[in-house]
Write a protein of this length. Sequence first.
Length: 272
Amino acid sequence: MTDPTLSELLDLALEAAGRAGALLRDGRPADLGVAATKSSPIDVVTEMDIAAEKLITGFLSDRRPQDGVLGEEGASAEGSSGVRWVIDPLDGTVNYLYGLPTWAVSIAAERDGVRVVGVVEAPMRRETYRAVLGGGAHARGGAYGDGAALRCRPAPPLDQALVSTGFNYVGEVRTHQADVAQKLIPRLRDIRRGGSAAVDLCDVAAGRLDGYYERGLHPWDLAAGDLIAREAGAYTGGRPGLPADGDLAIAAAPGVFEPLQALLEEFGAWHD
């Protein structure tokens, strides 16, 4: 990596994510409860989401006070440096609340509106995924030891593809998503529902999934994972001709992406 700013942003994202991941893993109280709800009574925030976001934003602002920030739990600042941090301090909060292992810390850095660094820390896997624009995707820890490059799987026929998805917390949207999944299942090997968009995107990058799609994501849900998947050779996007956004986010190996996107368009995955 020859760009010193990107090296600095990556190092800061790795350290911030590692610190937040350790806080969440080691500091989880036995009596953890819901601190607030967002879009519905089952869309929860815990005290640990809030603590992790404060840790990350404090760490980053101490080192780069002129940067902007956008965080899931309310952190927001414009900044004047051209760099903005997009932070999900705890992606997979319901999993975390129930003691399930699939959750992560997600931190991305944008420069002049372009996503240039992405880090996803998955503490219960003891794995860290990272990518720099144009520099490939890598992981360390867990199955990756001291580090390894990530590549998405060679594309199987769609009927042999393992695809993950997620469900919204608003009842009417969930019902529509279930209808789409019901139509899609006969066309695939199977569908998984992990509960963390950031982890699912990294699993596409790592070849643990052939594809992933979801409706209703926010920028902090996919900022880091989308970059990691793309740098590992996956295609990412939304509806045909559009980037991944709140209407629809898709990541898949080339050869799976196109037919999966076409089916999701046919089934109206982006609307009720």
